[in-house]
Write a protein that binds this ligand. Structure first.
Ligand code: URA
Length: 206
């Protein structure tokens, strides 16, 4: 089981802006975009590459390309907030979408949308959801990806609760988790404490 906390001064500083309840929508969007870009570097660090020769203006030398196509999968809706940071770097990536909504009564996730590019089985899939709270919606989303053929999945969040990490890893010990912060706990409404509130509401200004 793999959990990587990406610790970087710029991430820590931007995360503080996200946590700050007085940050407006523009500040929140800019900070989450920056963090996603910074995280992308670490999340993709061990992607496999293959060698091929390339003609430089001077000579023939060794070049590299990604061994597999990359598919980014934000979980709607909050995952959309981190998508642009990843597509800034992975301009060639395809994007699939999974719609999961939390039933505010039962707190259980419900899937309402699933649309993937073809050939998921041969791709490196990066599942994106900013808040790993109970872990149920992310783990359900990973179930759906595996059922659709995905074999190489990694999961990226901004903030993870210890409870969510445990629940996710129990169901998907093969999927590495990348996060910018492991926070203290879940509260009785399954919000992450100290967290940043509702990531979707704050990103979309709802
Ligand atoms: N989803 C959020 O947006 N925030 C939390 O704290 C937990 C789940």
């Amino acid at each position: 089981m793999s959990l990587t906390q990406i610790d970087h001064p710029l991430i820590r500083e931007r995360l503080t802006r996200l946590r700050d309840a007085s940050s407006d929508t523009a500040t929140f969007r800019e900070a989450i975009h920056d963090i996603a870009r910074l995280m992308c570097f670490e999340v993709t660090r061990d992607l496999e590459t293959t060698e091929h020769s390339v003609e430089s203006p001077l000579t023939t030398t060794t070049g590299y390309k990604l061994a597999r196509p990359v598919v980014l999968v934000p979980i709607l809706r909050a995952g959309m907030g981190m998508l642009a940071g990843f597509t800034d770097i992975l301009t060639e990536a395809s994007v699939g979408h999974i719609g999961m909504a939390r039933d505010e009564e039962t707190l259980e996730p419900k899937s309402y949308y699933f649309k993937m590019p073809p050939g998921l089985w041969q791709a490196d899939v990066i599942l994106i959801d900013p808040m790993l709270a109970t872990g149920n919606s992310s783990a359900d989303a990973a179930d759906q990806l595996k059922a659709d053929g995905a074999k190489n999945i990694r999961f990226v969040c901004l903030i993870a609760a210890p409870e969510g990490i445990e629940a996710f890893q129990k169901r998907h010990p093969d999927i590495p988790i990348y996060t910018a912060s492991v926070d203290e706990k879940l509260n009785d409404k399954s919000y992450i404490h100290p967290g940043l509130g509702d990531a979707g509401d704050r990103y979309f200004g709802t």
